[in-house]
Design a protein around this ligand. Sequence first.
Ligand code: ADP
Ligand code: ZN
Length: 215
Amino acid sequence: MKLILLGAPGAGKGTVAKILTTLDGSIQISTGDILRGAVQAGTDLGKEAEGYMNRGDLVPDSLIMGIMENRLQEDDCKNGFLLDGFPRTIPQAEDLNELLAKLDIKLDMVVNIDVPRDVIFDRLCTRRTCQNPECQAIYNTKSNPTKVDGICDKCGSPAIQRADETEEAIAHRLDTYNKKTAPLAGFYEKEGLLKTITGTSSDLVVDGIKKELGM
Ligand code: ADP
Ligand code: ZN
């Protein structure tokens, strides 16, 4: 399947994407994961992105498009992909349309995961992320804690609160989402690709997506 997952930070895009990858060999492409990996590795890309990310601001569209143009041409995208956290602005969506046309790729659907703001805020404040760039597993101190406090179950690396998961940065990210990313729902509605699924359970969101795709 070739899907875009839209939704506020904390809506569950990453969790839903990870479940979907087990169904048909599609891969998850998370621009947030790619950028955090680059920050940790200290690459030029990471150095350029870090300040924006820590403040909860979007990184410039040109940086993101450079990443995605390369990523979508890698071999593992042939079986399908789940775009998680991209596109995030109307210019990114417009550029993506051009890129997909150039690569002769057609999207199946754009899924808008709609979750109430209070649920999201609470989730983000209690979220923990594995620091290992190869893993980046996600936990929640309330609903899905690590077995050992602060240690990733999967790889043993520290599972920590992200630098952009202070209350202040979270409020700013949600604000940025409403201003810059929420308009993408209208953009893809016009293209006839949008499906909005309301729900706080990632399993139910996945069921909804499977039904839409006739799986
Ligand atoms: P979340 O969806 O939980 O906010 P992500 O992991 O998707 O977090 O992204 C973390 C940060 O990485 C964003 O706040 C932003 O700074 C940057 N980022 C990720 N994807 C994009 C994108 N498509 N465009 C611009 N910035 C991005
Ligand atoms: Zn881990």
